[in-house]
Design a protein around this ligand. Structure first.
Ligand SMILES: C[S@@+](CC[C@H](N)C(=O)[O-])C[C@H]1O[C@@H](n2cnc3c(N)ncnc32)[C@H](O)[C@@H]1O
Length: 469
């Protein structure tokens, strides 16, 4: 691209003003005068559906609010082509925007869909009551199955998730599943797993809620074998269980789910329903516009807030194997499909394809916010080019596709630190800094991004009323 006002400039040309995120700014990119006040908010700031289930490398809802409030109005479409647990689309819907999320990971899609097209509270509690009642008739069958699984995991087959057939012997069950739960908890889980149909809105919501309580280190979780953040490596699970003679305490799935529903419905569902798409971010424009048209909504996004997959860090299937097992997804297949395992150059080419594809679904004055994590090492090995990724993303992906740079903001990231501690050299290690590229789809978008950067944001939550900015 030719030199112009948008061209990457030396730092001297963009001396930071008071309040700017000047710390550790990359030398060659201009800063944007945007206060990182999302950092001052409480950990669980935002809608009560956000903490439905933990998801690796997700960003806080408060961060999305900082951009949604500045760069969109109620009724606008806000898109995240890598929606993960659905943070951006949920927060957008909760603020009266039309949140559209897309992800290639079926687990992420399930979480996003559960949040932007949730069950109603009455439907969720009625279905839970139905399940409790049905359980009383099925308990003997499932308890016998659970005991067989525990005695001989390798030799026992179980019904397929969602098949509704308690007698089905469709698939094997991982040994580590048998280790994780008390026999009665496992029996209830097998029953619920067989009964819930993920294509039904209410069942999907309940299944997503169960993934959030499947494992964790307190009495509200169904297994204490591993932390809530992610599933421990299967080999570690086996060694740990053998070494400590681990026996999970009995936990009632229905009581646990009822308590989880109470927490989720602390706030009413968002006033607007959004869209959840399952697909490759490179191809999101067509399906997103089609789905928006079907809902009678504007078919272009005014704002994108997204965080593309990190460079060679997170295996979303493997690190969630117990949850994906419960949902009936294949963890290996998920990892084979996702685009996390790139070296820098293919990664940047991928990002460029994503940005090229996005154009067709962007309004002329759209603002595009890319949260990009710097990563230094992957499984102990230093990644060449892992640091400074945001700068390269600008130069090699966004600028060549005609985006206009409003500036770069910084954010501390703690997302992977806990995981790194627990997985040791298996996991990558993120540096402390995420960089946030704020782009305009056009010059009009860039101007809008700059003009609204210094607006004061209302951090009251739940909002007293939906505000137009
Ligand atoms: C850093 S995470 C996004 C997390 C999200 N911001 C949140 O708050 O949960 C990146 C996401 O990209 C997804 N992903 C990886 N490759 C993809 C592709 N080709 N198309 C769409 N999504 C992809 C992963 O499944 C993961 O959910």
């Amino acid at each position: 691209m030719s030199a112009g006002p948008n061209r990457a400039r030396p730092r001297a040309a963009s001396a930071p003003t008071a309040g700017q995120l000047a710390l550790e700014l990359p030398l060659e990119l201009p800063a944007i005068a945007l206060e990182p006040d999302w950092k001052a908010q409480q950990r669980l700031w935002g809608h009560s559906f956000h903490p439905m289930c933990s998801y690796l490398a997700s960003f806080p809802a408060a961060l999305t609010h900082a951009f949604i409030a500045r760069y969109s109005r109620p009724g606008d479409v806000v898109l995240d082509p890598f929606s993960g647990r659905g943070t951006t689309p949920l927060q957008a819907c909760a603020e009266g925007r039309i949140g559209v999320g897309n992800d290639l990971n079926p687990f992420a899609h399930l979480l996003t869909a559960s949040k932007v097209r949730p069950a109603t509270r009455p439907a969720a509690t009625t279905r839970l009551t139905q399940l409790r009642l049905a359980w009383t008739g099925e308990a003997t069958t499932y308890l016998a199955l659970a005991l067989r699984v525990i005695a001989d995991p390798a030799g026992t087959r179980i019904p397929r998730a969602g098949s509704g057939d308690p007698k089905g012997a469709d698939e094997p069950v991982p040994t580590e599943v048998a280790l994780a739960f008390h026999p009665e908890t496992l029996a209830q889980l097998l029953f619920v797993r067989t009964s819930l149909r993920l294509d039904d809105r209410t069942d999907r919501f309940l299944a997503a809620a169960i993934t959030g309580i499947l494992h964790g280190k307190s009495a509200s979780y169904l297994s204490e074998l591993m932390p809530n953040t992610f599933s421990m490596a299967p080999r570690y699970v086996r060694d740990f269980a053998a070494r400590t003679a681990f026996a999970s305490p009995r936990r009632d799935v229905f009581d646990g789910l009822a308590a989880k529903l109470d927490r989720l419905f602390r706030q009413p569902p968002p006033p607007i329903e959004g869209i959840a798409l399952l697909g490759d971010a490179r191809d999101v424009a067509g399906p997103a516009r089609e789905a928006l048209r079907q809902l009678g909504r504007p078919d272009r996004a005014r704002l994108v807030v997204t965080s593309p997959p990190y460079l060679r860090v997170v295996k979303y299937g493997y690190y969630n194997w117990l949850r994906t097992w419960f949902l009936g997804f294949d963890a290996r297949e998920i990892d084979a499909t996702l685009d996390d395992a790139h070296h820098r150059e293919p990664y940047l080419a991928f990002l460029r394809d994503v940005l090229a594809g996005l154009r067709a679904v962007l309004a002329d004055d759209a603002v595009v916010v890319l949260v990009i994590g710097d990563v230094e090492t992957d499984r102990g090995r230093r990644i060449k080019g892992g640091v400074g990724l945001a700068e390269r993303a600008w130069e090699q992906a966004a600028e060549p596709e005609g985006y206009r740079l409003a500036g770069v903001a910084l954010d501390d990231v703690a997302a992977l630190r806990k995981m790194t501690k627990l997985w040791g050299s298996e996991a990558g290690r993120a540096t402390k800094t995420d960089r946030i590229l704020v782009l305009g789809a056009t010059e009009a978008g860039r101007r809008r991004a700059l003009a609204s950067a210094s607006l004061d944001i209302d951090w009251a939550w739940p909002p007293r009323a939906l505000r137009a900015i």
